[in-house]
Ligand binder design. Structure first.
Ligand code: BGC
Length: 760
């Protein structure tokens, strides 16, 4: 063996043996501790309490927490943050409980902690894995500075139905991109060591297939074939497990007749045995007690026993484990081995988090001032927000705007601080967010005149508004009548050169429990847009939305559309950066925008069917609609730039590859416009003949390339047989020889192709 090889090999051996030593140390510590624990104390560790300090997502808030902590009946809390508050609880656990076992503090830190980034769907449209990883790292830094050690993120549920409000919390419809994002988030949260004071334990959620809810209705049934699960829905969970995620949260839905929270196949056979997950499984909020309503047990005792037996370790809020597992054990309905293995995983998570070494490591209140909402964090938030926004339309190059003349700034979201952060901003400080109006004023700095008018309420539907406003008044009804509001906006438009209309959804029109059966811009605002368009002035819409919207009319009539999602703390500045060309937009959609609700579910990686409709061909007896095209309004991967990019035909290093040797695909991409900008070059693969029906194409690679005007670069993709693999009818993951088409381009519908014949 050569010296170099020997050094590499011995350093690998060294790493493995030090990992083994750490593992042994942990095993010794945990089994020693468990040997001292009573059954009740073990069960206590399986209990997670919601301590009411902020927004909780269920109706149950638990009382008497102090007493329970002292009695060793609490393993973890969530819903409370802040180093001094958490220190008080930790002292209680460490000083007053018999075995001094520290608590693990969790929270829904979903897209930033106090400094908020764009909603996750928005983060995903950046397609920028470095920024995404950094966002998780910033979130972890702020969360740990606030005493937390566990975040309930990333949400990696694939979703193809924009009626489901929680699409805002995920990374869209694609398993390949979703997996890379999941991995980046885990790395960002957990870093290299869970014990590091800047890192947190991540939690993959919601396991599993929550995004497959029928009709996009919240908490609804999921019924899915195994191929669909393994091919399209499982990959991001699996990628996050492979990336070393410390925990997994069960989902609320049932899956093929068995709710996830009691689904042994899912939690034990797939998660632990097939994927080798050895971390902690926590249920979702009251998901154990909800098993009664699901109809798989008559009372809390029965469902708690079922959930534990399925592979759940920690019960969030139901207190079913705490109050019934002891009885079930005595009655022989569960075994002590089941309790032991759950308890062991909870203690291991605490051990890995470094809590036994120093339970107060994260509870240093001095960090707050230095590390939360800092200039640096806000600058990063602004950068990420600008990278996440998607330019959907830009007729006559209306954007970027000049910093001169008169701009009418209208719309109910133009000056709405309350709506800047978006859903799941539990610990976000919305009062510190920059509105669009402020962002624009900062940017023009007096060089252009801004005339502001609200123009409309977000919605005039009182009942709808009541449902949305549960966490505060995101939708308010103005004292002025809708007619007056519109008139003021029209006057502003008539006195301006261009109109910027900030319209769309209120923050909690998406997120949990925010399914919509119409996913359009509410009528009050649609009326406003129609009135503005009627003035004949160019109208640019800046959209706030947590899901794809149906924008058929808007696409036809507006001059420009910028999808800003919910941009977070620095959203207003980031929007201004784009509107005035200080940043050239580069975001690309990660979820298909339908033309109407009837097309849903609509997603780019669909099957061909036996009677595919071919654009422009005969329609009778073809797979299509009488009243709407098959194509979406905006396809997956779509997003414009202020510049234009041209693609040459791709070339391939070998059109008849054999075996596992990879091939190289090359494509020349040129900036043919006037602005420097970044393009996301996307690679899709089609496998037209296989033993099972395949998607018409699947994303298998992408690269970001920054080009100055007139500049060209050759982008290379190395394609190996891993990219050709799929699950066959026996769930074997492999590739089959034959023809493959590699498509490369600017979005899933606009690609150039090259075909190869690949033999085994
Ligand atoms: C949500 C989870 C969340 C949990 C704790 C539930 O309602 O489904 O995503 O982590 O509440 O807040």
């Amino acid at each position: 063996m050569r010296l170099k090889q020997w050094i590499v090999l011995s350093s690998i051996v060294g790493c493995v043996s030090s990992l083994n030593a750490q593992q042994n140390e942990m095993n010794k510590f945990v089994s020693n501790l468990m040997s001292k624990m009573t059954t009740d104390e073990k069960i206590g560790q399986l209990n997670q309490e919601a301590v009411s300090d902020g927004v909780l997502t269920g109706s149950i808030v638990q009382g008497g927490v102090d007493e329970k902590i002292k009695k060793g009946q609490v393993g973890s809390t969530f819903g409370i943050w802040g180093a001094s508050k958490l220190r008080r609880l930790q002292e209680m656990a460490v000083n007053n409980s018999r075995l001094h076992i520290p608590l693990l503090f969790g929270l829904d830190v979903i897209h930033g902690h106090r400094t908020l980034f764009p909603i996750p769907l928005g983060i995903s449209t950046s397609w920028d894995l470095n920024l995404i990883q950094q966002s998780a790292h910033y979130a972890a830094k702020e969360a740990t500075a606030d005493g937390l050690k566990w975040v309930f993120s990333p949400m990696v549920d694939i979703a193809r139905d924009p009626r489901w409000g929680r699409v805002s919390e995920g990374s869209g419809e694609d398993p390949y991109l979703g997996s890379l994002i999941a991995k980046a988030m885990i790395k960002g949260y957990q870093g290299n060591s869970l014990a590091d004071t800047m890192n947190v334990l991540a939690c993959i959620k919601h396991f599993a297939l929550y995004g497959g809810a029928e009709a996009g209705r919240e908490y609804n049934t999921v019924d899915m074939s195994l191929i669909k699960m393994y091919e399209y829905y499982f990959p991001p969970y699996k990628a996050a497990v492979d990336a070393g995620a410390a925990s997994v949260m069960t989902s609320f839905n049932d899956l093929n007749g068995v709710p996830s929270t009691a689904n042994r196949w899912l939690l034990t056979d797939v998660l632990r045995k097939q994927w080798g997950f050895n971390g902690l499984v926590v249920t979702d909020y009251t998901a154990v007690s909800e098993l009664i309503a699901h109809g798989i047990g008559k009372d809390l005792q029965e469902v708690s026993a079922k959930s534990l037996a399925a592979g759940t370790d920690m019960d969030m809020v139901s207190e079913g484990f705490l109050n019934t597992l002891g009885k079930s054990l005595k009655e022989g309905k569960i075994t002590i081995a089941q309790i032991d293995s759950a308890c062991k995983r909870v203690l291991e998570a605490k051990y890995k988090a470094g809590l036994f070494k120093n339970p107060y490591a994260g509870l240093d209140s001095n960090r707050y001032e230095k590390e939360i909402l800092t200039k640096e964090n806000r600058a990063f938030a602004r950068k990420l927000a600008s990278h996440s926004m998607v330019l959907l339309k830009n007729e006559n190059q209306i954007l970027p705007l000049q910093k001169k003349g008169t701009i009418a700034l209208v719309g109910p979201l133009a000056d709405s601080r309350r709506n800047m952060l978006g859903t799941w901003s539990v610990s976000g400080e919305w009062d510190k967010a920059v509105t669009v109006k402020e962002g624009i004023e900062n940017a023009v700095d007096g060089k252009a005149k801004i005339i502001y008018a609200k123009g409309a309420n977000i919605s005039d539907d009182t009942l709808f508004n009541q449902k949305v406003n549960v966490f505060g008044e995101e939708i308010s009804i103005d004292e002025k009548s809708p007619e007056t509001l519109i008139k003021e906006a029209v006057d502003a438009a008539n006195n301006s050169d261009v109109v910027v209309a900030v319209v769309g959804e209120a923050a909690d029109m998406t997120g949990e429990s925010s399914s919509r059966s119409h996913i359009d811009i509410p009528e009050s605002q649609a009326k406003l847009l129609r009135a503005l368009v009627a003035t004949g002035k160019p109208v640019v819409a800046v959209l706030f939305n947590g899901r794809p919207l149906t924008l058929d009319w808007e696409k036809e009539h507006l001059t420009g559309i910028l999808d800003a999602w919910f941009g977070g703390t620095e959203g207003g500045n980031a929007i201004a950066d784009i509107l005035f060309g200080d940043y050239n937009p580069s975001g690309k959609l990660t979820m298909t925008f339908p033309r109407n609700v009837g097309q849903i579910p609509i997603y780019y990686n669909h099957k061909n069917t036996g009677r595919p409709y071919v654009e422009g061909g005969p329609t009778k007896f073809k797979s299509d609609y009488l009243d709407v095209p098959n194509t979406p309004l905006y396809p997956f991967g779509y997003g414009l730039s202020y510049t234009t990019f041209a693609y040459d035909a791709p070339t391939i290093s070998n059109t008849h590859p054999k075996g596992n040797a990879p091939v190289k695909l090359s494509v020349k991409v040129s900036n043919t416009g006037k602005y420097a900008g970044e393009e996301t070059v996307q690679l899709y693969i089609s496998d037209p003949v296989a033993s099972v029906t395949r998607s018409v194409e699947d994303l298998k690679g992408f690269q970001k390339v920054y080009l100055n005007p007139g500049e060209s670069k050759v982008v290379n993709f190395i394609i190996d047989t891993e990219s050709l693999k799929f699950y066959n009818a026996n769930l074997k993951y492999d590739w089959e020889p034959g023809e493959f088409t590699f498509r490369v381009g600017t979005n899933s519908e606009d690609t150039k192709a090259v075909t190869v014949h690949w033999d085994k």
